[in-house]
Design a protein around this ligand. Structure first.
Ligand SMILES: [Zn+2]
Length: 448
């Protein structure tokens, strides 16, 4: 489900190395990822994190028979969805409703089918033997107990889980199939794991279009579910855009919220501040790394479609950069002494992304700094997400050293990792906000 567990790992380690003491040990639960390179990075950093297990893909938690059943219910629902959708659209066309109305109707149908499909997935997961107690672990290279069976995990006083939900089906760039898409099954497995492991607090993240009401039916009995709305790092003084919807779950039996829910949501504004850095804060790579990058990429021959980055570096395709520089707003920002970040994967006449705030990173973004007169290095993409890589940067955050290594990764993977990641700034502040707003109920009635 993305790199969310790594984000938690980074934030926790970052908070601790920044001298912040967490009130209680917080367990980094159920690390899993379909992406091999995320697992590699996690493994490389386990010593820092005390990472329990590295469970890999959420699908490993479901028996093969369960997964086969998933496919069956999805195929059946998909057939019904398609035919109903077509029928309603045909009716709509007959009644000469506008294209916009037809689209709205189709959206409602998708939502109601998606909801029914989630109900069916969760029902399958409730059947005997479908949800596993053990799953392949990339740290111990055997099948290890899942969080709800892990003694170490059970012994923790305060359990917090952070997750990013696969966004493809909720993104404007994806298929917008919501729960009807491939990721619906993954979301159902994630929900089931929460019901079994019952962490005290959960933070979930997805694209702004994600609809958190899907959680109410399945988790609403155990949790107060709080939609924090869309949070973006620039609100907190961090000059990189990453607008995402965040949802906080607080377990009714074990946590007491010191405020009302509304006060809790509004309370995030305590951390708001004016953007006080501009994007040149990210351009802190040592000169020799910049130069060696230029040299090695200039020597490369072009092959395949992904060559714009290389062409930029060796100067054969500077047209887009020149076009950006010609934009009046870019010239004004430069006149004001601001560093300008451009996403040159987008043509300036179509998107015109040039700002003192770094654009949202995509897995293949190519950012260019007009201040440094160069593209951002792949490691700088990690820095944009809040992961220190070089001394000037971690010192500016008051940290005593880097708390994260990514030496195993090649540049393409680094960029993809950063482009899939959650903003550490926002995740860390949300964690702090949760920890400072709740108290643990010491003797929940279930133990009596
Ligand atoms: Zn293990």
């Amino acid at each position: 489900m993305g790199c969310q567990e790594m984000a938690l790992l980074l934030v926790l380690t970052g908070l601790v190395s920044a001298g912040l003491h967490l009130p209680e040990p917080v367990y980094i639960s159920s690390v899993c990822d379909v992406q091999r390179h995320c697992r590699e990075v996690l493994l490389e950093n386990t010593a820092l994190s005390g990472l329990g297990h590295l469970y890999q893909d959420l699908k490993h938690r479901v028996s093969p028979a369960g997964l086969a059943k998933f496919e069956q219910v999805r195929a059946a629902m998909d057939r019904e969805w398609t035919s109903t959708s077509e029928w309603v659209l045909a009716q709509g066309a007959a009644a000469s409703s506008t294209a916009r109305e037809a689209k709205a109707i189709q959206k409602d149908i998708t939502a109601s089918f998606g909801h029914r499909l989630m109900q069916q997935y969760v029902a399958v997961l409730g059947e005997d033997g479908v949800f596993q107690d053990f799953a392949p672990c990339g740290k111990h290279f055997k099948r290890c107990p899942l969080p709800h069976r892990d003694q170490y995990y059970q012994g923790m006083r305060l359990k917090m889980h952070v997750a990013g939900t696969t966004c493809l089906d909720y993104s404007s760039m994806g298929l917008s199939r919501k729960e009807m898409g491939e990721s619906g099954a993954i979301l159902a497995i994630w929900i089931k794991q929460r019901l079994l492991s019952l962490e005290d607090a959960v933070i979930q993240e997805c694209t702004p279009r994600f609809d958190p009401t899907v959680f109410q039916e399945f988790l609403g009995e155990e949790y107060v579910i709080i939609d924090m709305g869309v949070l973006n790092p620039p609100q907190f003084g961090w000059p990189a855009s990453r607008p995402r919807r965040y949802v906080v779950f607080l377990r009714k039996k074990t946590l007491r919220l010191a405020t009302t829910v509304k006060q809790f949501v509004d309370g995030m504004s305590f951390f708001y501040e004016e953007v006080h850095h501009d994007s040149r804060i990210f351009l802190c790579a040592p000169d020799e790394e910049v130069e060696s990058m230029r040299a090695s990429l200039s020597a490369k021959k072009f092959c395949g479609p992904s060559t714009s980055f290389f062409r930029l570096l060796n100067g054969t395709q500077q047209v887009r950069v020149a076009n950006y520089r010609g934009l009046p707003k870019v010239q004004k920002m430069k006149a004001d002494g601001k560093a300008v970040a451009m996403n040159i994967d987008q043509a300036p006449d179509a998107m015109e992304y040039a700002s003192a705030i770094c654009p949202t990173l995509l897995t293949r973004s190519t950012l260019w700094s007009d201040w440094g007169l160069r593209p951002y290095l792949p490691k700088e993409h990690l820095v944009i997400m809040g992961v220190p890589q070089w001394k000037p940067f971690w010192e500016s955050l008051g940290l005593s050293g880097p708390f994260f290594k990514a030496s195993m990764l090649c540049d393409t993977k680094l960029k993809s990792l950063a482009g899939n990641g959650m903003s550490l700034i926002v995740v860390g502040l949300l964690q702090l906000h949760v920890l400072s707003s709740v108290s643990k109920i010491d003797n929940p009635s279930e133990d009596a």
